[in-house]
Design a binder for this molecule. Structure first.
Ligand code: R5P
Length: 293
């Protein structure tokens, strides 16, 4: 206990300095609690306001995927170049060191595998929030199927995670699923991203599309974009640049990084666009100069 005798009296109350009350750096998230904002600040870098999330959760529905056969060999070396690892608890616990630098965005839902015709059926809770906390997750990712047969179940699942996330201070990433019957248009993404945010997702993952600035404008919380199927490096960088220019707060990218001819150089080039305002042309030059010759 501090000694209470002979202490200097307090006198400097800095009455001339107003308390800083400006909002949190991420849109729509100022009215959350300290722990949730602290975790969000591990995902989105306060300096740029953006995030480079490396997604390698494909195996939870697709099994072994090109580039992900050995996560310890292909993904672990990318850790210094990204802000967040997005994967399943099985992959993260078994393949990485807990001393790693990236924050963890834990794939939390269970979904039907690619062997099933309709992947929207069967969605539910795959990881209890207790285990997400045990893994020190900075966010949980929840797949949601808007406009599909499994919509109601997946929204119920999303709401459960949002309730638990608000209770324990864990942000929820609402993932807009695309698949059979689901379009990749601004019309669909406007609807889906807004529905996820209105159900309480703290940030939302979707795909880039035409009129993307309307999608980001109408979503009250930050959006990050998935990469999708492997493109040529210059095309993936151009898509990332356009997404950032049009209001995305980063990427949640998998195949366009880990299937690149040089994943380390590509992760760094993507980070240049996301955090350092590089144009896609500058970032592609960086990639060409940096990749292994
Ligand atoms: C989405 O639900 C997947 O599991 C991936 O996280 C997502 O598609 C991002 O990876 P990619 O950039 O390879 O599409």
């Amino acid at each position: 206990m501090a000694d209470n005798v002979g202490n200097k009296p307090s006198k400097e109350y800095h009455l001339d300095i107003p308390v800083q009350t400006e909002g949190f750096f991420l849109k729509g998230l100022n009215n959350n609690d300290f722990g949730l904002k602290n975790r969000l600040s591990r995902i989105f870098q306060p300096k740029s306001g953006n995030a480079v999330v490396l997604a390698f959760d494909h195996g939870y529905i697709m099994g072994s995927t090109a580039g992900l056969e050995r996560l310890d060999v292909t993904i672990a070396p990318l850790a210094p170049h990204v802000d967040v690892f997005m994967g399943t608890r099985g992959a993260i616990r078994s393949c990485f060191s807990p001393t790693m630098h990236p924050a963890v965005c834990l794939r939390a839902t269970r979904d039907s595998s690619v062997l099933y015709d309709d992947m929207s059926v069967g969605n539910g809770c795959g990881v209890e929030m207790e285990d997400a906390i045990r893994m020190n997750a900075s966010a949980v990712a929840v797949q949601t199927f808007i406009g599909a047969q499994g919509e109601a179940d997946s929204l119920k699942t999303l709401c459960s995670y949002v309730d638990a996330g608000n209770r324990y201070g864990i942000p929820v990433l609402g993932v807009v699923a695309v698949g059979k019957e689901m379009e990749r248009t601004a019309k669909f993404f406007l609807l889906a991203t807004r529905i996820l945010a209105e159900h309480g997702a703290h940030f939302v993952k979707t795909y880039y599309c035409d009129d993307f600035e309307k999608v980001t404008a109408a979503c009250p919380v930050p959006i990050i974009v998935a990469g999708g199927k492997k493109l040529a490096e210059d095309e993936a960088l151009a898509m990332t640049y356009r997404a950032i220019q049009e209001g995305a707060h980063g990427v949640d990218m998998g195949r366009n990084i880990f299937q690149s001819e040089d994943p380390t150089a590509m992760a760094q080039a993507i980070a240049k666009v996301v955090h350092e305002k590089y144009t896609n042309k500058q970032a592609y030059e960086f990639f060409m100069d940096t990749k292994k010759k």
